[in-house]
Design a protein around this ligand. Structure first.
Ligand code: PAF
Length: 304
């Protein structure tokens, strides 16, 4: 099956590795020519639990036109780049294409919908943790489920097809009927883990070693849960705090995506995570002081 992944960051390379190794025609669409050339010459390398493998990877390009129409396009750029990524990938999409977002943060589905009249939108979350060690070189730092579901009436058959494709590639995947609840469920995990790991420069699992950090995490996540409740969002788990602690432990060795961004001197997704909670909280009359403070601190860090 022809699959295009937009964005060869940690998660993009992780999924490209598994889907390509399973025999699919996988393309990476990159907007940085030097990086694309490097990955083409060095291939993809995965280090991880029980894995240490390098595979050749020649199908990486900055020119979407040479890929042709793809059956599946996965958007794996940062949330602030979603709009330009969908426009970039537009030549790959027709009415039969499944357009999948597994990105962190709020707003990706809406942006994809606004940019793309064609294609069948599928959204989801991934609980995999991946650290980018270099271009095309990743450490698989946490294994978890991928959950996907159709958006705007995208047919269940297509969603099932993508699920089977992922499972064949060794990517454990399940289907949800409630994409909105799923995305908010992941959002609360990210607002609890990402800013604290970025500010403190610690791995996910270290949060639970510090009662003060657990306290801040709890307050941020409780604010997020109150906003979700006000919006009548059904979270995919009963206890948000317990869930965040569970993810801290399951991805203990991982450096969160926000920590990786800060360490690389890049912009973070804070506006789409804790910043989104603050915006929704303001419009709904739910106070969100902890998320506001965390947003300010991470934005200050971005400028340091
Ligand atoms: O953004 C991340 O790093 C990941 O979504 C998560 C789940 C926090 C694991 O590191």
């Amino acid at each position: 099956m022809k699959i295009a992944i937009v964005g060869p960051g940690a998660m993009g390379c992780l999924y490209a590795f598994f889907l390509s190794r399973a025999g699919n025609e996988v393309w990476l669409l990159d907007n940085i020519p030097e990086r694309a050339e490097k990955i083409k010459s060095q291939g993809l390398t995965l280090e991880g639990p029980g894995e240490n493998q390098q595979i050749p990877f020649y199908r990486i390009t900055t020119a979407p036109g040479i890929i042709g129409k793809a059956k599946l396009v996965i958007i794996f750029v940062k949330a602030y780049d979603t709009e330009s990524a969908v426009r970039y990938a537009y030549p790959l999409i027709d009415s039969t294409t499944a357009l999948l977002t597994l990105q962190n943060g709020l707003g990706n589905i809406e942006i994809i919908r606004s940019q793309c009249a064609e294609g069948n939108i599928i959204a989801g979350t991934t609980a995999h943790g991946a650290t980018l060690l270099g271009d095309g070189h990743i450490r698989h730092a946490g294994i978890g489920e991928t959950v996907i579901g159709g958006v705007d009436g995208c047919g269940l058959q297509l969603v099932k097809h993508i699920k089977e494709l992922f499972i064949q590639a060794g990517i454990a995947t399940v289907i949800t009927q409630d994409v909105n609840g799923l995305v908010w469920g992941k959002l609360l995990i990210n607002i609890g883990i990402n800013p604290l790991t970025a500010i403190m420069k610690i791995r996910n699992g270290e949060i639970v070693n510090y009662p003060n950090l657990v306290n801040v995490m709890k307050r941020a996540v409780e604010e997020g849960a109150q906003v979700a409740q006000k919006m009548n969002i059904a979270l995919p788990y009963a206890n948000p705090i317990e869930k965040v602690i569970e993810v801290c432990n399951a991805t203990a060795g991982n450096r969160s995506s926000m920590l990786q961004d800060i360490e690389a001197g890049k912009k973070t997704e804070i506006e789409y995570l804790n910043g989104a909670i603050v915006r929704y909280g303001e419009s709904l009359g739910v106070p969100t002081p902890v998320n506001s403070l965390l947003t300010d601190l991470v934005q200050a860090l971005e400028k340091c």
